[in-house]
Design a protein around this ligand. Sequence first.
Ligand code: GDP
Ligand code: ZN
Length: 494
Amino acid sequence: FSTAAHPFNETIYALSSGQGKSGVAVIRVSGKDSKLAVYKLLNRTTLLKPRYAYLTSIYNPVTKELLDKGLVLWFPGPNSFTGEDVCEFQVHGGTAIISSILQSLRSLDNFRLARPGEFTKRAFYNKKLDLVEAEGLADLINAETEMQRKQALIQSQGLLSKTYIKWKDELTTALMNFESLFNFENIDETNEAVALKNINNVITRVCEEVTNHLDDGKRGQLLRTGVKTAIIGEPNVGKSSLYNFLCKKKAAIVTPYPGTTRDTLEYYIDLFGYPVILYDTCGIRYRDVNLIEAEGVQVTLDTIKSSELLILVIDAGKYHVWLNHTPNGDMLCYVKDYIINELQVPDIINRGANSLRYLFQKRCLIVLNKIDKIEIPIEGEDLKDVSCISVSTNAGLEQFLNNIKNKLTDICAEPSSENPAITKLRHRNLLETCQDNLNQYLESAENPALDYALLGNNLRCALRSLTEIIEGRRDNRPVNDVLDEIFHNFCIGK
Ligand code: GDP
Ligand code: ZN
């Protein structure tokens, strides 16, 4: 895991700024022969003063032809992004200029174009950043909304790693103390019991902290990937109208989401800085159970199942609607003499899937649309959980947006530097392994006939999971496919 174990013989270069024409382009060079780029392209015999911007002429090293005039910076290792010697060219961003400089670099001995993420990969191997920080950096570059940017910045600055490093250090000490219990043959039993008790206290606390960290409702992961939100309800209640309002009026469309299905429209939008994957579904007649087998309905049901947030639209003009809270905290939505219970609706559609019940309980916004059609005011003890709107007249839409914002804040929470959330499945899986092993340790430690080998093994496994999160390695061997997957998702030049 040292630089020596990974001798990067080749010097790499790439366009680090965006592709295509631009005002300024940045070309980055990293590796042990980076100084050649300074000598040959600037036609000099000495290096530049480190970390100073030089306005200078840049030449083709073979023909000596002038290519451009630009700023060149020299960062000798290890005080550079990659930890290697780095040279950075800031030139005019024309495509011909860029390609002439890339071509000139290619002509130098041992120089080659960098692969995606290769600069960051070298920085990682040279311990300039850990794997969690590198993943944060990739997310930062890919961030499309404000909250995603905040979360990725927190992670790329090491605030998430900090938690894992703290646990790793605590478990390392605990394991050392545990092992030293057997190295002192004359240790008396009382001392041993006290020492073991201290170790167990540490394990208990770390286990609690890991468990709390895991119990986050996946807020960080949802913020990273987008909150799947489905607009559902009977046909003709105004779902598509509401969908269009959200997509076109109030939300900047970030990208059309790939894989748009036939029966369910989906769009990736930015709502108050939260990324939302919004689905418009085709309607389900909740009272008509026979329709459930219809094909389009199946697609809708799948969308509902995989969504984190549901927006249930009801036609206020069609029904006499009011709402009520039961003593046990369920919300009942009365529609004429028919009761749509938040908890009953999924039963009708899905015949008792518990996960769906949960979604409805926690993650459903109820919208009464077409209030322009009704003359009597909507009755109810407490309408704060419900949005009464008219997409036609725009009535209530601000309040509705505010309700969505609150739900999204509930689901994702604002990224916090003090308490950063898990952002990736890779981390979650390894943390769960860590938690399992700590729990097994604590269980076995209760047993009067202590199995020291087993206990030690549990501690080592827990520790190994944490090490893999931060360093991507197991037992001193980097897990190459993990690293490849992470760095290949970067763009070229980073
Ligand atoms: P969907 O089938 O649930 O997607 O409903 P649509 O969005 O296609 O709307 C069905 C019909 O209701 C259309 O004719 C809309 O113009 C109309 N509509 C939608 N919202 C409102 C509203 O707030 N008030 C009134 N009066 N009509 C509406
Ligand atoms: Zn529709």
